[in-house]
Design a protein around this ligand. Structure first.
Ligand SMILES: [Zn+2]
Ligand SMILES: [Zn+2]
Length: 452
């Protein structure tokens, strides 16, 4: 298995000046993807906790999968207490702010460090609890289901709605490829779906910074690119749970997480396709339904936004007058937004206002787009992967490729394409297509299974 330092090009634990002009810092100093990962974890944690007591937290499933962690801590004479965060038989553990706070309180009882044993939910809870308690933690990953292990954010539910909170990344990430490969197939496929979105989310980031400024780091995007060919070549093996493919996927996801730390935001890993997935989560929460797996939704949404890019990049020129004529400001949209989001109307309006610009600024944006379109268009074309290719790779891994495979109706797909851009202040291809007058027609055709 590949050594940790090679995985992120020797970046781990380093602070460095980048060609983009910024200084970057990756606080995670160790990534071990090896069969003896639990042994290495115990050794690392012994030093990290300096003889102090360690809290080992997971859910009933992951604590069983990662039982070797406790065995090795005992063997290394590291004092620890185990916490199972859900009650067996009472359903899945949920990443809520309330649970993270309960865990943070527990951490104040004389602990020196924590170990998260699990994947997305467990990692988010322990990461946020340790941030609150100002304690270091490491993660023993049990499934490559998402790219959040090394990231500086935790997704937690507050009053039933997922929120992205700032949090301190883990000091170390440890994983045994045999355990990862034995994870439920849907978790492996979810990891694949999350990874495959990156060329499209990266294009959104590039385009948004061309149009509106803000920091962009080509180095962060290259980090993700490094691992792409390898995991794509293993699509079928990943879907079948073969260790070599799953290790390639895990490397890609960890690099994607590191790219977010380097960028200082989720921009390299989260564009319009993530907004569509978050929008479906939000509609599920408002309707009292359980959310679907993040990565499975993101994979399908990536087919949608890659297709939308093909329409947008098909334009030879920008019709500034036509675009400005269709432009509606926030005041004009407020009544419909209020009725669509119910109890979430105020915060949604704040997000809409964050990216809406006055008409005179929109005019200068559109002018800049018209002048630069030939360069922007070829730059974006070089970044975005064709939708057909995304769909074929997803199918090879056994992932859903169409909204209906997820149980999303045509109407729900149309709704998400039209409105997902309202829930975050980030400018993506969904906004670009709306500015260019292409979004409504695209959403209508997508709803009827045409165009996708
Ligand atoms: Zn994601
Ligand atoms: Zn940089």
């Amino acid at each position: 298995m590949e050594a940790a330092a090679d995985l992120a090009g020797g970046l781990l634990g380093r602070r460095f000046h980048c060609t983009c002009g910024q200084e970057h810092h990756v606080p995670t100093d160790t990534v071990e993807l090896q069969e003896d990962a639990a042994v290495r974890l115990a050794r690392y944690v012994k030093e990290l906790a300096g003889g102090g007591k360690v809290l080992v937290a997971g859910d009933s499933t992951t604590m069983t999968l990662g039982a070797t962690v406790r065995t090795e801590l005992r063997r290394s004479r590291v004092p620890y207490e185990g916490v199972v965060m859900n009650r067996p038989g009472r359903g899945f553990l949920k990443a809520t702010l309330a649970s993270a706070d309960t865990l943070a309180l527990r951490l104040t009882e004389g602990f020196a460090a924590a170990v998260a044993v699990g994947s997305g939910t467990v990692n988010d809870l322990v990461k946020f609890a340790c941030t609150r308690a100002r304690l270091p933690y490491v993660v023993f990953a049990t499934a490559p289901s998402m790219n959040g292990y090394p990231s500086g954010i935790a997704a937690l539910e507050v009053h039933g709605i997922k929120r992205t909170m700032e949090a301190t990344p883990p000091r170390g990430i440890f994983a045994d490829p045999r355990i990862l490969a034995a994870a439920p197939r849907d978790l492996l496929r979810a990891g694949f779906g999350d990874a495959i979105s990156k060329p499209v989310s990266g294009a959104d980031w590039r385009m948004a910074t061309w149009l509106r400024g803000g920091s962009f780091c080509p180095f962060a995007l290259d980090l993700v690119r490094q691992a792409e060919a390898e995991y794509l070549a293993h699509a079928q093996a990943i879907g079948r749970g073969e260790a070599a493919g799953v290790a390639a996927l895990t490397r890609a996801l960890i690099l994607s997480g590191v790219s977010m730390v380097v960028a200082g935001s989720s921009s390299p890993a989260s564009g319009g396709e993530h907004l569509i997935s978050h929008y479906w989560d939000l509609r599920s929460a408002l309707a009292g339904r359980a959310p679907r797996l993040h990565g499975l939704q993101v994979g399908v949404a990536t087919v949608v936004t890659a297709t939308l890019y093909e329409e947008v990049l098909g334009l030879d020129s920008i019709d500034v007058t036509g675009c400005l004529g269709r432009y509606r400001d926030t005041e004009a949209r407020e009544p419909e937004i209020r009725s669509r989001y119910g109890r979430l109307a105020d915060e949604t309006l704040a997000e809409v206002r964050a990216k809406q610009v006055p008409r005179d600024r929109k005019l200068s944006e559109l002018e800049r787009m018209r002048v630069n379109w030939p360069q922007w268009r070829s730059g974006l074309r070089a970044m975005v992967v064709p939708a057909r290719q995304v769909r074929e790779a997803l199918a090879a891994a056994g992932c859903p490729t169409r909204a209906e495979d997820l149980g999303v109706t045509g109407e729900e797909l149309e709704d998400a394409i039209l409105h997902a851009r309202e829930i975050r202040g980030r400018y993506t291809v969904l906004d670009l297509a709306d500015d260019l007058g292409l979004l409504e027609g695209f959403a209508r055709r997508a709803a009827h299974g045409a165009s996708l």
